[in-house]
Design a protein around this ligand. Sequence first.
Ligand SMILES: Nc1nc2c(ncn2[C@@H]2O[C@H](COP(=O)(O)OP(=O)(O)OP(=O)(O)O)[C@@H](O)[C@H]2O)c(=O)[nH]1
Length: 432
Amino acid sequence: MSQGVLETEAAPAARMDLLRFATAGSVDDGKSTLIGRLLYDTKTIFADQLEAVEAASASRGDEYTNLALLTDGLRAEREQGITIDVAYRYFATPKRKFIIADTPGHIQYTRNMVTGASTADLALILVDARKGLVEQSRRHAFLTSLLRVPHLVLCINKMDLVDWDKAVYDKIADEFTSFAAKLEIGDLTIIPVSALNGDNIASRSENSPWYDGPSLLHHLEHVHIASDRNLVDVRFPVQYVIRPQSTTVTDYRGYAGQVASGVLKPGDEVMVLPSGMTSTIAAIDTADGPVDEAFPPMSVTVRLNDEIDISRGDMICRPHNAPAVAQDIEAMVCWMDETAPLRVGGKYAIKHTTRSARTVVRGLQYRLDVNTLHRDEQADALQLNEIGRVRLRTTVPLLADEYRRNRTTGGFILVDESTNRTVGAGMIIEAQ
Ligand SMILES: Nc1nc2c(ncn2[C@@H]2O[C@H](COP(=O)(O)OP(=O)(O)OP(=O)(O)O)[C@@H](O)[C@H]2O)c(=O)[nH]1
C-alpha cells in the first residue's frame, strides 16, 4: 500500500459515523427483545410507543415491559400490505448512527439473511444460553463469512436463565470459536447478555464479573469499520451521463454515480472500461459543490479533461488497476425464487453495479449444504434458499472483481425477465 493511500484513509475515517448491522437468530432466541432493548436504552422509542407497549404487556400479564412487542409492532406496521423480507430500523447515539437489518418471520430464510447482510458492516448472531449452538447458528456464521461481513458478534442471550454461569458461556464460546476458525471470519466478539433485563446491552452488568469485554452497545459504537472500506482500487460505475443541453449556455458533461471503492481526485489519470480510453479527472462535483476527493459511499459527478464516449454501465478506474472485463463468471449463488429452481441452461437478466446484461447458466459445479459445508457435486438444481457454485456466461462483458476483494463490484443479482423478480444473489469467485 502506497503512502498516498495511507494518507487518504484518514479522511474517510473521520467522517464515518454510520454502522449497518444485520441480526440473525432462531425463533425465540430473543432477537425482538434485544432490538427493543437497544432502541429503549438509546431512547429511540417515543413515549407514546412505550406506553402502548407497557399497556399491551400488562394486558398479556407479562411481568416485565415486553420489549419484543415494540419490535414486533414496528415490524407489523412495516409489513402492512407488502411482502417485506427485511425490516430496517434506525437508531443513534452521540457516537454513531445505526441501521439494523432485521429479518422477520419465524423461519430465518437464507434469502432474508443474504438480503439483510449483504451490505452490513457487522452481523449479530443470537443464541439462547440454555440451548447453545443450533444448526441455524452455524448457518448464520457461514453466511456471514460467505457475504464477507467484516465483523461478527455472537450474543449469548438469556444468561439470567442459566444463573450467569461462566461455564455455560465458556462452552458455547469455545464451540463457536472453533467453528468460526474454519470460516473466514475477520473479527469475532462474544458477549454474554440478558436482552430482557438489559445486562451487557447498554452497559456492563454486575451479573457477569467474570466477563471483561465490552457491552454490546459499546462494541457497536467503537468497532473499527473505516478500514473495512476498499480505498485502494478505484471503481466508479457510471450511473448517468449528464450531457450538454442545447437549452443551456454551458456545455457541462459529467458522469454521475456512487464511488464503489478507491479514492478519486482531480488530476488523477483514469481509464474508462470497457473502451480502455484514458483521460484525467478535471473536477468532482457534488450537490454541495466541488470536492477535492471522492471515496465510498459518496455520490458524485466526475468530469474528465477529454471527451470520451461513456455510457451508463461503464466503469471509471485507474489504468494500472482495472477490474476484469469478463463474460465468463464463476460465482456462489444463493437462490431466492420459490416458484422455479436455478437450472443449467436457465436464462436470466443479470444486474451488476450499474450494468445490466443477460446471462445463461453454463454449469452448476456443486450445491453447498450450509449446515455441514458438504459439497454435493451431483446436484442439478438450486431450490429456494440453496447455495451453489455456478458458471455463467453473459451477453456483454461485466466489469467485475472478486467478491472477496470488492463487495460492490463482486456482487450481482439475477432477475427473472418475465416477472422482474430477483431470483438470485451472487458473489463472484472468478471473472474472465
Ligand atoms: N429470561 C429471559 N427471557 C428472554 C430474554 N430475551 C428474550 N426473552 C424471552 O424469550 C421469548 C422470545 O423472545 P423474542 O424477542 O420474542 O424472540 P425472537 O427471537 O425475536 O423471536 P421471533 O423474532 O418472533 O422469531 C420472549 O418471551 C422473551 O421475553 C432474556 O434475556 N432472558
